[in-house]
Structure formats: structure tokens, C-alpha cells
Design a protein. Structure first.
Length: 229
């Protein structure tokens, strides 16, 4: 994983707030290289190991509700690049047409199998393909949809210096985000004005403290959080 030269960054990322985080990451070239190598090796290993589980989950989804096995949605990753994220479908087909892009607690759009997959984060497994493609990393800021990224302030844009992640410190602390947004009339507004800024504080702190070994610790903490849940 090689960090672009400052002059090669998209123009909208070249602000003084982003430069602060860029300066820190530019000193972490070895950790960035180890991070990408780790992503490739572990993603390949897990895809082979979990192949039978892919088949089982796919069958469960098809038997539970109509629609495709995989859910694909445009998200934003490193340098503001758009990509299609892969997840096992946990909602009714075309769920986005009947509600917000944020899921709330007891969301009626979530299927029976979907509830199980979400509880143990099994819906995230297909993102191994995104990791191999270089769109994502095991650890990093969770990729947001375009309309939420449009509300980033100058400092928040610094999270786009690295690839989006499957998990992060924010993911662990906000594992019950759906409950936080329950019984709120305007979910999108609450997410943009309340939840997103708080999550970004944690994401930005993680960039300040970035190292390959901190990534490993975050992955281990994620596994423990899922098991505990």
C-alpha cells in the first residue's frame, strides 16, 4: 500500500487539516506495506477456508426471501474513489427504495436470515473480494455512501487517505448503532449531525495512532466483540 504524493491527491483533499494526517501517514511506509501484504495473504486464505460457508449462507438467503444473494452498493474509499461493496443480502430486495440508507433497530426490512447474519457480522464476509481488489482493507474507516461523504468537513476528508475497512475501532464502539437511531423521526439527519461526527472523531484518532500492529489489535478486539455479542 503506497501513499500517493501530496501533489497527486485529488484537489479537494488538499487542505491543511488533511495535510496534518498525511504527514503522519507518510512516515509509516513500512506499516502501510505490511498492511497491504497482510490483507492479500489473509483474504486469500479466508476465501479458501470459508468457501463452504459461502455456499451454505447463499442457500439460506435464497430460501428465506426473493432477490440476489449478494447486496452491492456504491461506497467511497481511498482518495474519494467510488466502488461497489459486496455483502450478503440481509434485507428484502430493493430495501433502499422503502426507507433510509441507515438501518435502525428492529428494521422491518431485515429478513430472518439477515438478522442472524448481522448479529455475527457474517454479512461482511464477501468484502474479502473487495480487499483483494484493493478497494478495502481489513481495518479502516467503514465506507460510507456518497450522500454522507458529501457532508464531510475538511478534517473528516483525511479518512479518505487510506482504504475503507471491514472493521475499525469505530465499528466496535458503535456495534449497536441501529439501537441509537431507533425512534428518531429523521434518521438521515440524526446520522449526519450526531452519529457521523462522533464516529469520525474515533476514525481520525485511529489515523493518528496508525500502525500495522494497532490494526492487528483492532481485528482481535473485533473478534472478541462479535463473540461477546
Amino acid at each position: 500500500m503506497i501513499l500517493r504524493k501530496w501533489d497527486d491527491l485529488p484537489e479537494y483533499l488538499k487542505n491543511e487539516s488533511v495535510r496534518y494526517y498525511y504527514s503522519h501517514l507518510s512516515k509509516k511506509k513500512l506499516s502501510l506495506a505490511m498492511k497491504r501484504l497482510f490483507d492479500i495473504i489473509v483474504a486469500v486464505f479466508m476465501l479458501i477456508l470459508l468457501a463452504p460457508l459461502f455456499v451454505i449462507i447463499s442457500i439460506m438467503i435464497k430460501m428465506d426471501s426473493k432477490g440476489p444473494v449478494l447486496f452491492r452498493q456504491t461506497r467511497v474509499t481511498q482518495y474519494g474513489r467510488h466502488f461497489k461493496i459486496f455483502k450478503f443480502r440481509t434485507m428484502i430486495h430493493n430495501a433502499e427504495k422503502s426507507g433510509t440508507q441507515v438501518t435502525v433497530n428492529n428494521d422491518q426490512r431485515v429478513t430472518k436470515v439477515g438478522k442472524f447474519l448481522r448479529k455475527y457480522r457474517l454479512d461482511e464476509i464477501p468484502q474479502l473480494l473487495n480487499i483483494l481488489a484493493g478497494d478495502m482493507s481489513f481495518v479502516g474507516t467503514r465506507p460510507e455512501v456518497i450522500k454522507y461523504v458529501e457532508h464531510y468537513n475538511d478534517e473528516m476528508l483525511a479518512t479518505l487517505l487510506l482504504p475503507a475497512g471491514v472493521t475499525s475501532e469505530t465499528s466496535i464502539r458503535y456495534k449497536d448503532e441501529e439501537k441509537i437511531l431507533t425512534d428518531i423521526d429523521d434518521v438521515d439527519r440524526a446520522y449526519i449531525e450526531i452519529v457521523l461526527p462522533e464516529k469520525m472523531k474515533i476514525n481520525l484518532k485511529s489515523i493518528k495512532e496508525f500502525s500495522f500492529f494497532n490494526d492487528i489489535k483492532t481485528m482481535l478486539r473485533t473478534v472478541l466483540a462479535v463473540i461477546k455479542k
